[in-house]
Design a protein around this ligand. Structure first.
Ligand code: NAI
Length: 455
């Protein structure tokens, strides 16, 4: 049978695109080789947020006396948390499946491989069956990078080291957890295991954690976690993993971090191997599919969305990329604005950001300046955060007075940032931000305060 569209991969890019395609009356077939929902629903965003929410409740309980509440000593049952996480995942995966069914999308549970192009369209094989479609959308996602550090792959194979996939299934609590890579995954997992009682050590190659996060914010985050007992070793070059530890070089000296378990979270690789891209000549660069902001690849009729294009590797970017590709397939012009994509680190305190940072304006030589304000200007923040050190930071274009970036560390940052992203997306000027009525008392009011604080 000839389909209008074949989508390979049922993660946030693929399943959302499939729904939009069906809305647009395209006869759509979707292949998924593991589980609908992809990494996000099964072994990424949602499972981690489930764990972190339990940790947050536990942390609140541990600190409740600071707010005048006491109810005996709190405890956390990690195996129960994992079981609850499995239930949450099952519910949401079931939801995706039901939505696709309702939309009329055909789903094949199996790995798809592109065989080639004929006059009718593209041919895709799964198992011993062949399928054809006029257009292809590739949404095969990414997987954890496990480089050839001596002993690392063997350690992942024997369970001593884990990626995001295995750690989210582990029901025991490691006494000593060593995290290789102080990026988003490393920090969220360090946060969870620190909360539930593991001794956590983070080994980070760079001289700062949290990658491209504004440095003032990542420094505050690191201080918060150092205070809670997470050990950070910056500038550490890991040289070997195994035999109950991780060996690394620091300032020319060889050191060892003893571990019961190791998490490897040093970035992700696009899944482009074994899907037949070479059979139709799809261009890749450093392992990721090269796409335009419309989702177009170099092959007419072939589109890509989500982590597989290596651009932003965030689930919410994947949603947008998927729908942008479908809009273009349906003849509606659309493209992704990569400059205003918000990002969140779900630590406690939360970090959320959009747009330029103090560092990026310098690197790009932009005529812009950075203005930070303590979150203690928000009454609600003070009421809810004993000793909180959160800040909001605005990056403002000096000439046009427009908002180029917003960065926050503190409560509700993850829920506030979308409003800030709209300011950046619409290049809103400070005077417009000041005109907005923000609800009171809220933490988001600090954005307004910060706008007035800039003279
Ligand atoms: P990442 O790119 O965020 O961080 C990797 C870190 O590992 C970097 O700081 C890097 O300098 C460090 N590193 C690299 N090689 C190293 C080595 N040999 N030794 C020590 N450190 C080393 O990657 P991560 O944390 O694995 O996350 C992968 C992707 O998943 C990211 O693109 C992220 O955006 C996404 N993600 C997003 C989340 C969110 O939005 N809240 C949550 C979790 C993941």
């Amino acid at each position: 049978m000839l389909y209008d569209l074949i989508i390979i991969g049922g993660g946030p890019a693929g399943y959302n695109a499939a729904e939009r395609a069906a809305d647009g009356k395209l006869k759509t077939l979707l292949f998924e080789s593991r589980a609908l929902g992809g990494v996000c629903l099964n072994e990424g965003c949602i499972p981690t947020k489930t764990l972190l929410y339990s940790a947050k409740i536990y942390d609140y309980a541990k600190h409740s006396t600071e707010y005048g509440v006491s109810f005996g000593s709190a405890s956390i049952d990690h195996a129960f948390v994992i079981e609850r996480k499995n239930k949450v995942v099952k519910t949401l995966v079931g939801g995706v499946s039901a939505k696709l069914k309702k939309a009329g999308v055909e789903v094949v549970a199996g790995k798809a491989e592109i065989l080639g192009k004929t006059a009718a369209g593209f041919t895709v094989k799964s198992g011993d069956k062949e399928y054809s479609a006029k257009q292809l959308l590739i949404c095969t996602g990414s997987e954890a990078a496990v480089p050839g550090i001596p002993g690392l792959r063997e350690s992942v194979a024997d369970g001593f080291a884990m990626t995001n996939r295995e750690i989210l299934g582990m029901t025991a609590v490691p006494e000593k957890l060593v995290v290789i890579g102080g990026g988003v995954i490393g920090l969220e997992m360090a946060s969870y295991f620190n909360s539930i009682g593991s001794k956590v050590k983070v080994l980070e190659m760079l001289d700062h954690i949290a990658g491209p996060t504004d440095r003032e914010i990542s420094t505050i985050l690191q201080k918060n976690y150092a205070k809670r007992g997470v050990e950070f070793q910056l500038g550490a070059k890991v040289t070997a993993v195994g035999s109950g530890g991780v060996t690394y070089e620091l300032n020319g000296k060889t050191e060892t971090a003893v571990a019961d378990k190791v998490l490897v979270s040093i970035g992700r690789r696009a899944n482009t191997a074994g899907i037949g891209l070479e059979n139709i000549g799809v261009l890749t660069e450093r392992g990721a599919i090269v796409t335009a902001p419309t989702g177009k690849t170099n092959v007419p009729g072939v589109w890509a969305a989500g982590d597989v294009n290596g651009r932003s590797m965030l689930a919410h970017t994947a949603y947008r990329e998927g729908e942008v590709a479908i809009n273009n397939i349906l003849g509606k012009k659309d493209s992704v604005n990569y400059d205003s994509i918000p990002s969140v680190i779900y630590t406690n305190p939360e970090v959320a950001a959009v747009g330029e940072t103090s560092e990026s304006i310098k690197e790009k030589g932009l005529d812009a300046s950075a203005h930070s304000l303590t979150m203690r200007y928000s009454g609600r923040y003070v009421a809810e955060n004993e000793g909180g050190d959160g800040i909001v930071k605005l990056i403002v274009d000096n000439k046009h007075n427009s908002v180029l970036g917003v960065h926050m560390i503190g409560s509700y940052a993850s829920e506030i940032i979308y409003g800030a992203a709209m300011m950046v997306e619409r290049q809103m000027r400070l005077e417009n931000v000041r005109e907005f009525v923000f609800p009171h008392p809220t933490v988001c009011e600090v954005i307004r305060e910060a706008a007035f604080d800039i003279k």
